[in-house]
Design a protein around this ligand. Structure first.
Ligand code: ACO
Length: 401
């Protein structure tokens, strides 16, 4: 209930709030979360309805512009994005310059930042520039991520075609053989579109807050999104999808039962966390996690593979949800608990899981950057601190220390 305008005034009072547990940094009309009730809505539309009925680019339009697009507007966005999917030869050389086994998130952050140097005409905050940057980011980061996938699997980079649908073209650039053709399994196409929708925004999460704080210095949107990609890469945030699958493998490799692993987590001695569990805002089942689990169930039975791991994940979930440690702390599966399993069944290598999260989150980052830039009350993000160091002392010459 307290208005931001009141909070913006410098009262001389400084509060310490590590991790910003209780601090709202802005007002926003993009995404609503009720963490206790497990509710997530984009611009007022329940995530479950969007997941069932919408497509990723439609959701991107909704998040960025505030309303669902007409057929004509959606077609225009589809066409514009399709026309911009090619990347400059310099970006391709940039991608090739890194070691083959470099983590794609690191390369993606660099490439996104570098985009502003290759497409300087789309750097700016006025309407045509920010519209162009929006399209460039949606289009070119998709191509870059598909190229990173090819690098992980050892393929040559192929040219985007100008007329393809977004998810189809992303899959084709990432997975086709040298002839550039790919028959996309409709189950995989739908699952990917749906996963991108589920990841598209999540209000002031770590990466989005990073995008906002970088943008608040009036840095260009590529710089802000690149910083967001860095924030997303951590295992406590977007990196959790990769970390969860590695955790399942480690349990198997160590020969632990799920009960033994849960006991280790509760013991905290080995520092292990149940990756894909817990959330700063959700104190009940993450509604995205619920959708992913259902989809994982049907996709895995259709495509086959990973059954044993899926079984283990479900057992882990069941044990954790009935354990006092997890109940007390309100720890439930988040979106990342089952996504790794799903991506893996769809044929994505493990290092690509978090870049796929970045692809999905792109519209959210763009929407928040633009909302912040359009808000005349935006001030540079600059937290305060409580100084705890030495009060004052005199310099001591090096030979007297
Ligand atoms: N496994 C075991 N214990 C946990 C877990 C977990 N996954 N998450 C939190 N806890 C415990 C903490 O040890 C702490 O216990 P304590 O009270 O005894 O000290 C308590 O629950 C509260 O945890 P915090 O770390 O204070 O909660 P916070 O809100 O700061 O962290 C976070 C949220 C980072 C998501 C945390 O739950 C976590 O590390 N989860 C695992 C990583 C993960 O899945 N991240 C993805 C998040 S969703 C996303 O980014 C898309």
């Amino acid at each position: 209930g307290v208005s931001v305008t009141t909070l913006l005034k410098d009262t001389g009072l400084v509060t310490v709030d590590p991790g910003f547990m209780n601090t709202a940094a802005c007002e926003s009309s993009i995404t609503y979360i009720d963490g206790d009730a497990g509710i997530l809505r984009y611009r007022g539309y329940p995530i479950e309805q969007l997941a069932e009925k919408s497509t990723f680019l439609e959701v991107a339009y909704l998040l960025i512009h505030g309303e669902l697009p007409s057929d004509e507007l959606l077609n225009a966005l589809n066409n514009r994005v399709a026309r911009h999917m090619h990347v400059h030869e310099g970006i391709k050389s940039f991608l090739e310059a890194f070691p083959r086994d470099a983590h794609p998130m690191a390369v993606l952050a660099g490439a996104t930042s570098a985009l502003s140097t290759f497409y300087p005409e789309s750097v700016g905050r006025d309407e045509p520039e920010i519209e162009l940057a929006t399209v460039q980011l949606l289009a070119k980061t998709a191509t870059v991520i598909a190229y990173l996938q090819r690098r992980v699997t050892g393929g040559e980079l192929i040219e985007p075609r100008k007329g393809g649908a977004y998810v189809d073209e992303f899959m084709r650039i990432g997975f086709s053989g040298a002839d550039g053709e790919l028959d996309i399994d409709p189950t995989i196409r739908r699952a990917l579109d749906l996963l991108l929708i589920l990841h598209a925004d999540h209000e002031q999460n770590c990466s989005t807050s990073t995008v906002r704080i970088v943008g608040s210095s009036q840095a260009n949107i590529y710089a802000a999104v690149s910083a967001g990609i860095g924030a997303l890469s951590g295992p406590l945030h977007g990196g959790a999808n990769e970390a969860a699958l590695s955790m399942f493998d480690k349990i198997k490799a160590d020969g632990d039962t799920v009960e033994q692993f849960v006991a280790k987590v509760k013991d905290k001695a080995e520092g292990a966390r149940l990756m894909g569990f817990g959330h700063r805002v959700y104190k009940s089942y993450d509604p995205r996690g619920a959708v992913v689990k259902n989809v994982a169930n049907s996709v895995l039975s259709e495509l086959g593979g990973n059954d044993e791991t899926f079984q283990m994940a479900q057992e882990l979930e069941e044990i954790a949800l009935s354990d006092e440690y997890f109940i007390e702390r309100k720890l439930y599966p988040n979106v990342d608990f089952y996504t790794g399993l799903l991506y893996s069944a769809m044929g994505f290598p493990r290092q690509m899981f978090t870049p796929l999260f970045a692809l999905g989150r792109m519209p959210g980052w763009i929407a928040h950057y633009r909302e912040m830039m359009d808000d005349p009350r935006t001030k540079i993000g600059r937290p305060r601190q409580i100084y705890t160091g030495e009060v004052e002392r005199d310099y001591v010459a090096i030979d007297q220390r």
